[in-house]
Write a protein that binds this ligand. Structure first.
Ligand code: HEC
Ligand code: HEC
Length: 324
């Protein structure tokens, strides 16, 4: 089966994670894809099912041992901060990490963040530390299963102490009783996936053998530390590796392009302007930044971390808008 190549596809580039799209935007893109699929001649639904099953279930071998985890209150607090302000795990796993219906895109898929606690319906008791670390850094869960929609591309280089802190936080979660049905990839999603039009697993994009760069600069309001935060916090994922923004590759034109956050774009801002942008979602002229920019998380960042990212951004090379 061959599909026409639509102007708008969900094909991911190494620069961008589609999983950061808001649900309504994702739905709009999916509707286009469904039309493309319906316009194409679909043959052999059974073959699609079998072929997609074998690709979707192909196990991924990862040998990348987890660092040791300590359950002290400092690690737990650090983990909670990362999960809410930086890595945004709560967006998909729920505010209480007890599971959440992330998106139900009719014939395409239903994505549900599992309940990571030890309550009824939770998988917290089944997960080893290794499983949680592998899920984060590699997007690969128990038994080598590729995890649907886990946005791990930003995290292979997450430092040992940070990934261990997130594990500590997951371990300390108050049990939540919430039974979550597993995520499903439905027939249209399977056909699109096989046709290479719909990425489902970031695990397929990650080099699981490394090399990894997990040296974290000392925490503080420095450009070096800001670079680390901008990576695990996903700024480079949306604004591009060079941070110059522009239309996110492969997304339809009605989707808000990311802004240029190199000095070419925000060099005339003050640090206070930057704080206001990340905390209130307002530009210096008072206009509102599109909610595609995740202010709900950035507003939780500490002063030092916000300053670190600011110092990083004003230190990067100037770049014309849209060069990514
Ligand atoms: C964009 C949504 C999204 C975000 C953000 C996200 N996850 Fe997930 N995660 C999922 C989905 C969906 C699954 C279930 C995938 C499946 O069953 O194939 C999952 C599964 C998991 C699993 C289960 C692994 C297993 O063996 O079954 C763990 C652990 C996990 N995530 C931890 C995290 C942590 C920690 C973070 C933040 C650092 C995070 N996730 C961020 C969507 C997300
Ligand atoms: C999910 C994608 C996404 C992520 C993640 C993201 N941004 Fe954005 N950001 C955007 C988009 C899209 C805009 C443009 C919004 C608009 O035009 O109103 C934007 C706008 C901005 C602006 C306003 C710039 C201007 O001139 O209007 C700043 C500053 C900014 N982002 C900084 C950051 C930082 C720092 C991070 C990481 C902590 C980050 N962004 C993470 C998508 C994202």
């Amino acid at each position: 089966m061959r599909l026409p190549n639509p102007a708008a596809t969900l094909r991911r580039t190494s620069e961008f994670s589609l999983f950061s799209l808001s649900q309504s935007l994702l739905m709009r893109i999916l509707k286009r894809l469904i039309l493309v699929l319906l316009a194409a001649v679909v043959t052999g639904a059974g073959a699609v099912y079998g072929m997609s099953n074998s690709r979707m279930n192909a196990a991924v071998a990862v040998s990348d041992p987890a660092p040791s985890v300590t359950l002290d209150s400092l690690s737990v607090a650090r983990g909670e901060y990362l999960v809410r302000a930086i890595t945004k795990c709560v967006d998909c796993h729920g505010d209480d990490m007890g599971g959440k219906d992330f998106i139900d895109a009719g014939p395409v898929f239903a994505v549900r963040g599992p309940n990571l606690t030890k309550g009824a319906g939770g998988i917290g008791a089944e997960l080893s530390d290794d499983d949680i670390v592998r899920s984060i850094r590699h997007g690969v869960g128990r038994d080598g299963r590729k995890l649907l929609f886990m946005p791990s591309m930003a995290w292979p280089d997450m430092a040992d102490d940070d990934v261990a802190a997130i594990v500590a936080y997951v371990r300390s979660l108050t049990p939540v009783d919430r039974v979550m049905p597993p995520s499903e990839v439905r027939p249209v999603g399977r056909a699109l996936y096989l046709a290479g039009q719909l990425p489902l697993y970031e695990a397929e994009e990650i080099d699981h053998d490394g090399p990894f760069n997990r040296m974290k600069p000392p925490a503080g309001p420095t450009a070096e530390y800001g670079r680390y935060l901008a990576t695990i916090g996903g700024c480079t994922g949306c604004h591009g590796p060079g941070l110059s923004g522009g239309q996110v590759p492969g997304t339809p034109p009605e989707l808000k392009p990311a802004a240029n956050i190199t000095p070419t774009g925000i060099g005339h801002w003050t640090e206070a302007d930057f704080f206001r942008a990340l905390r209130e979602g307002k530009r210096p002229d008072g206009s509102t930044i599109d909610p595609f920019m995740p202010i709900a998380a950035t507003k939780l960042m500490t002063d030092d971390d916000t300053r670190a990212i600011w110092n990083f951004l004003i230190s990067v090379p100037r770049k014309e808008y849209g060069g990514r």
